[in-house]
Write a protein that binds this ligand. Structure first.
Ligand SMILES: NC(=O)c1ccc[n+]([C@@H]2O[C@H](COP(=O)([O-])OP(=O)(O)OC[C@H]3O[C@@H](n4cnc5c(N)ncnc54)[C@H](O)[C@@H]3O)[C@@H](O)[C@H]2O)c1
Length: 268
């Protein structure tokens, strides 16, 4: 019997993912602070605020793996990011250790490396370059994954997710997009791969315009089925509706880089 916990299960990514994970696990426990609707027979809901260590432990009990999607999913005030993404992420890894859950898949983000320029091609082994407090919290989550893998033997996959959607939403997303079916494949690698220790990969489909060298994911068996270039016309049409962003357009993190940006671009 295989049982996984999915945090942040009422959110947008979880809603897109769940149908693609159906049939792969006997039971999927869905946790959030708001109820999840439209559950399938193999799914059940538990309320678990991430800032509550006891609730996190109870949600993790008896699980074979955790898919940690829960948290504040964009830039916000430090107090909010701190509670949901720093304390919350710690509580989930610590609950996994205390409850003997062997695997954690962590939803990291492209915003952990947002200040790399679009002219650069980077591997997921490059150091973090967060573009926001949100991005800093994702770098923290990756560091937690490394610590819990090395010190306690958890098997951890951090996925620096680009943007999850049925199709890429603009020109930037042509480079970073991931179809939910491809993300489900990466998550299954994180839950099932026999030789996983701790890896960081990019959550991206097979995108011709990618800024990322995702060889670590491919070495783990990842074979994305979707290509952003198949949606070129739609993405460029949507791009035409967006205002110019002279700072954001230089960097992989886009508008998250221009938001609150101060001073001179030359330092970068
Ligand atoms: N959407 C994307 O394309 C994308 C890209 C990169 C990374 N990610 C990451 O993937 C994950 C899911 O993203 P999403 O777009 O579905 O976000 P979302 O905001 O739609 O969902 C996040 C869920 O987490 C829950 N949550 C927030 N704070 C919580 C708390 N303190 N305790 C318990 N639950 C809490 C929310 O209620 C929500 O249902 C996030 O960690 C996000 O940072 C998403």
């Amino acid at each position: 019997m295989s049982r996984i916990l999915m945090t942040g299960a009422a959110g947008g990514v979880a809603s897109m993912l769940r149908p693609h994970l159906a049939g792969h696990f006997d039971e999927v426990v869905l946790s959030d602070i708001v109820p999840v609707t439209g559950m399938a027979a193999h799914e059940r809901f538990v309320e678990a605020p991430l800032a509550d260590p006891g609730a996190c432990r109870a949600a993790c009990r008896g699980m074979d793996g955790i898919v940690h999607l829960g948290g504040f999913a964009h830039e916000g005030p430090w107090e909010t990011i701190h509670e949901a993404n720093i304390v919350g992420c710690y509580n989930i890894f610590e609950a996994a250790r205390l409850e003997g859950v062997p695997r954690v898949v962590f939803a990291s983000s492209n915003h952990a490396i947002g200040f790399y320029r679009r002219t650069e091609r980077i591997g997921s082994d490059r150091r973090v370059r967060p573009d926001t407090r949100y991005g800093v919290s994702k770098a923290f989550g990756e560091a937690l994954g490394s610590y819990y893998a090395d010190k306690f033997g958890l098997r951890v996959l951090s996925i620096r997710i680009g943007n999850v959607a049925e199709r890429p939403l603009d020109e930037r997303r042509l480079s970073i997009w991931i179809h939910p079916e491809d993300l489900a494949q990466l998550i299954r690698i994180g839950i099932e791969h026999p030789d996983l220790h701790n890896e960081v990969v990019f959550g991206a489909s097979d995108n011709d315009r990618s800024w990322w060298d995702n060889h670590i994911a491919y070495a783990l068996g990842y074979a994305p089925a979707h290509r952003s270039e198949d949606h070129l016309e739609h993405a460029m049409e949507e791009q035409g509706r967006l205002a110019a962003d002279t700072i954001g357009q230089r960097f992989q993190g886009g508008g998250f880089c221009s938001d609150e940006f101060a001073g001179d671009l030359d330092r970068l």
